[in-house]
Design a protein around this ligand. Structure first.
Ligand code: ADP
Length: 468
């Protein structure tokens, strides 16, 4: 019975054959479906060996994308993947795959991504992305690659276009910024030019005012001695002037003439100095000799005012650099001021010392009226005249009648002296206490054979002064 119930061998075989056919049909159906899928995929599905040429074992119809048929790779093997890969990418791709193989464990199922370029049969360049997995043999060796290649050329071109547009935008922006900066700079330059013009205008106004003041002062300075000279001359014209009076008037005339000459010389020297028309000598100057001639020149004036006059000449000091006559002129001007601003029987001292290995200093000290602190910063300015400290007989200004009589001058001496010292790369400083005297210190560079050029000028450009 049992046997009846059991299908016989043939019927069993039939059933088995039916199942197998069904399975085969299903398999065929699935394969057809897969093939259709693969051939319709927007890319190339491939399997290739990991050998030198990337020999293809399977290639989908998608390879027509680059102008080849799948059989070119898998049957005739007319081309290998290595041939279509851009020559500049071949080595890199090989190295990247090698590194992936070495860096991943056997039977790894991770998918990897490569980007490279292909050259289509038409010669056209294609940018592609290759997403693949390794296929391992039984020993765990990666023997093949299976993957899908997609054409990203359009994407790349779009990306290139985008970055070109971005670059263009950035450079346009930079251009715009530069133009804006330039406009800003031009605006600043215009503002600076306007400010400079404004300063120049202010300078011109100041110079004009200074010139007016100067003319006023100069005419005043000239008029006063001329009036005195004229008055003396008129008296002399009259009969009845005693011999003694005649001598006195003639002496007055001579003194006033000297003052005028002094002032004219100062003015001429200053204008030449300011024009740059003074040709100073550059030679070794023994400071002792300069001080010796200053002493000779000024001795008479100090004696006239019964002042004590001591000159320590600083024998043995190293020579300084410059022009002996110009230096003497500057020092004499300073000494003359000391004589002028120190009362009778006061004391004037001149001394020299080695200030540093590079500088010799000359100090001119007096026991005179001193300089007010408010005047100190200005006394080297052109036409500046300091006030008279604690003046019982004047109104405090040097140019009121009593002040002028006490200290004639136009405020040019120290200006000229300072310019001359500066032209020697030297400097001048002053310390003073009203009522106790002043000390002028002049520092001059020591002659240095290597640094100082030999003299080229033969002529000292200054007017010979009356004192030389
Ligand atoms: P000035 O013709 O007035 O003497 P300077 O240029 O020679 O002109 O000097 C400028 C001012 O410096 C003087 O007006 C005076 O106030 C002050 N001064 C210069 N030297 C002395 C000094 N030795 N003692 C006091 N004051 C001085």
């Amino acid at each position: 019975m049992h046997q009846d119930l059991t299908p016989d061998d043939n019927s069993l075989r039939d059933v088995g054959q039916i199942d197998q056919r069904q399975v085969e049909r299903r398999l065929q159906e699935r394969e057809r479906f897969l093939r259709t899928m693969i051939s319709n995929l927007p890319g190339i599905v491939y399997r290739c060996r990991t050998d030198e040429r990337w020999t293809s074992e399977f290639m989908s119809g998608g390879v027509e994308l680059i102008g080849y048929a799948p059989e070119d790779f898998t049957e005739t093997r007319r081309v290998a993947w290595d041939d279509v890969m851009h020559p500049e990418d071949r080595e890199r791709v090989r190295a990247e795959v090698r590194a992936l193989i070495e860096g991943s464990a056997p039977f790894n199922t991770t998918s990897f991504l490569l980007s490279y370029r292909l050259i289509a049969a038409s010669g056209e360049l294609k940018h592609i992305r290759d997403r693949f997995r390794f296929v391992y043999n039984g020993m765990g060796e990666a023997v093949a690659l299976e993957g899908v290649i997609t054409d990203v050329t359009e994407l790349m071109l779009a990306e290139e276009e985008r970055s070109r547009a971005e670059e263009e935008r950035v450079s346009l922006l930079a251009l715009e910024q530069r133009a804006r900066r330039e406009a800003e700079q031009e605006r600043e330059a215009a503002e600076a030019a306007t400010a400079e013009a404004e300063r120049a205008r202010a300078r011109a106004v100041r110079a004009n005012r200074a010139k007016d003041e100067f003319l006023q002062m100069v005419s005043h300075e000239f008029r006063t001695p001329l009036t005195t000279i004229k008055a003396a001359a008129r008296v002399l014209l009259h009969n009845g002037v005693s011999e003694e009076e005649r001598c006195e008037y003639l002496e007055t005339i001579a003194t006033e003439c000297d003052r005028q000459i002094d002032m004219i010389i100062n003015l001429l020297d200053i204008s030449r100095l300011e024009e740059g028309a003074v040709d100073l000598k550059h030679e070794r100057v023994a400071i002792a000799e300069v001080l010796c001639s200053c002493e000779r020149i000024e001795r008479h004036a100090t004696q006239a005012r019964r002042q004590e006059f001591n000159v320590e000449k600083g024998d043995g000091l190293p020579p300084v650099y410059g022009d002996a006559k110009a230096l003497r002129r500057a020092l004499c001007t300073i000494i003359e001021n000391c004589v002028k601003y120190t009362p009778e029987e006061g004391r004037i001292t001149v001394s020299a010392e080695l200030w540093s290995p590079e500088e010799v200093a000359v100090h001119v000290t007096d026991t005179g009226r001193g300089i007010l602190a408010e005047d100190l910063p200005h006394i080297f300015e052109k036409f500046y005249r300091g006030k008279v400290p604690n003046a019982p007989s004047t109104d405090g200004t040097p140019d009121d009648a009593a002040g002028r009589a006490e200290t004639p001058g136009v405020g040019l001496g120290l200006y000229l002296a300072e310019r001359l010292i500066r032209a020697h790369d030297g400097r001048i400083e002053v310390q003073s206490q009203p009522g106790r005297g002043s000390r002028f210190s002049i520092r001059l560079p020591v002659w240095n054979e290597a640094a100082h050029e030999p003299d080229r000028a033969d002529e000292y450009g200054f007017e010979e002064d009356t004192q030389s």
